[in-house]
Ligand binder design. Structure first.
Ligand SMILES: [Zn+2]
Length: 413
């Protein structure tokens, strides 16, 4: 089982400049290699493979074939990883072509979209000192890092820049550590009024992000809008003063605020997921149709006075994203703790009584659930969580496809 450990790096000004140089060179290499592949196909109808480009790179790095020496100044392994990345981009493109989906042709990368250096050989390239206070990066030197959890032996690793901060991300193989059995099954429902409801009656509120932080982000957004000058309308709208230094500073402040929000959301999801996985041997959860969930707002027209609807839709998407994150973390933690996850069809779970199985629309009144058949009354989201748990248990005990017919699930009581 693989896990990624992220460590904050504190490069000196000179080291940071070297890292940015490495980003520049690898990005130029990516774009040049992409250009070469495009030209070869357009002009000669031939294709260039990764192997050919690797051989070419060897030539370009040699003292004789060297053009400006920039390529040779960067660690070879990072450059190989770039060529592999391009190769993967093309492979993905052709794969989608074959399936007659609508593929995007691999694109040239602007500096804003090129933020990581890959070290495929991991700890053979990036060497931590014994007390893990520094890491030696080839071509950069010993970079100070944040003391925290020990980083175990790792395979692939990346140096990543994000909003002016640098991180090392190390992927390592971990052993599964089974947790003591509790004998319990927990149902988790994606609530409508809450982020999630558990079958033990717990309601997990939506966001740990404080109102204060949200207001701060909104203020930064307004600030950025007020100093941007646009021409054109709709999709043709362009910002004219994109490179104004004051505006760039505002963009960075907003990006940092968004990062903080994302950090807080992730931290919250980690904690909840851990609590859920610790509490039960089996976690029953709704099988999400993620593709249908993340519908894009393509082609929508902004209409004055309709902002409320737009906002509500945005809010809905955010909640979906938060639950998606939680779901992913539950699966990850379940895997590392040898817990079981059962994904069930959750259709009609909000209208179905978890006690008697009657599926009636009238049973649900906003936040309350009160069964019209048996009188079972509970918070609506908790009822759905109980129902999901029930379907999960059924799925475990009966034939594999039992969970797929929600209406026929219950025997008459
Ligand atoms: Zn009932």
């Amino acid at each position: 089982m693989k896990r990624i450990e992220r460590v904050r790096l504190y490069p000196t000004a000179r080291q940071a400049a070297t890292l940015r140089f490495m980003l520049d060179v690898t990005r130029e290499l990516y774009n040049a290699a992409l250009q070469e592949r495009r030209d070869a196909y357009r002009l000669r109808g031939t294709s260039v493979t990764m192997k050919m480009q690797c051989a070419e790179l060897t030539g370009l790095r040699k003292p004789l074939g060297r053009i400006d020496g920039r390529l040779a100044a960067v660690y070879r392994e990072c450059e190989d990883a770039v060529l592999r990345r391009l190769d993967l981009a093309f492979a993905a493109f052709f794969r989608r072509c074959k399936r007659s989906q609508t593929p995007g042709f691999p694109r040239f990368k602007p500096a804003a979209r090129w933020k990581q250096l890959q070290f495929s050989h991991g700890d053979r390239a990036l060497r931590f000192d014994a007390r893990q206070q520094r890491v030696v990066i080839p071509g950069v030197g010993a970079v100070r890092l944040r003391k925290g959890r020990a980083v175990p032996a790792f395979g692939r690793a990346w140096i990543v820049e994000r909003n002016g901060r640098w991180y090392a991300c190390c992927e390592s193989e971990r052993n599964v550590q089974p947790m003591p059995a509790t004998g319990l099954t927990l149902g988790v429902d994606r609530g409508i009024h809450v982020l999630a409801a558990l079958s033990d009656g717990t309601l997990l509120p939506n966001s740990a992000i404080s109102e204060k932080r949200k207001r701060a982000t909104a203020r930064l957004r307004r600030e950025l809008d007020s100093m941007s000058v646009y021409v054109g309308i709709g999709r043709g709208r362009r910002c004219v003063n994109k490179w104004d230094s004051r505006r760039i500073a505002a963009v960075e402040r907003l990006a940092r605020a968004h990062e903080r929000e994302a950090n807080s959301r992730r931290d919250y999801a980690h904690k909840i997921a851990r609590r859920i996985v610790n509490a039960a041997d089996v976690v029953a959860i709704e099988a999400l149709n993620l593709r249908g969930m993340t519908r894009s707002a393509k082609g929508s027209i902004e209409w004055p006075g309709r902002n409320v609807v737009v906002k509500a839709a945005l809010n809905r998407r955010m909640l979906d994203a938060s639950f998606g994150l939680l779901e992913r973390m539950i699966s990850e933690k379940a895997e590392e703790s040898a817990r079981m996850i059962v994904r069930v069809d959750a259709r009609f779970s909000s209208q179905t009584c978890a006690r008697c199985g009657a599926c009636e629309r009238e049973s649900r009144r906003r936040r309350r659930f009160r069964c019209v058949a048996c009188g079972f009354a509970v918070h609506a989201d908790v009822n759905a969580a109980l129902e999901i748990r029930r379907r999960g248990e059924l799925r475990l005990t009966s034939e594999p496809h039992a969970g797929e017919k929600p209406v026929a699930l219950h025997s008459a009581v």
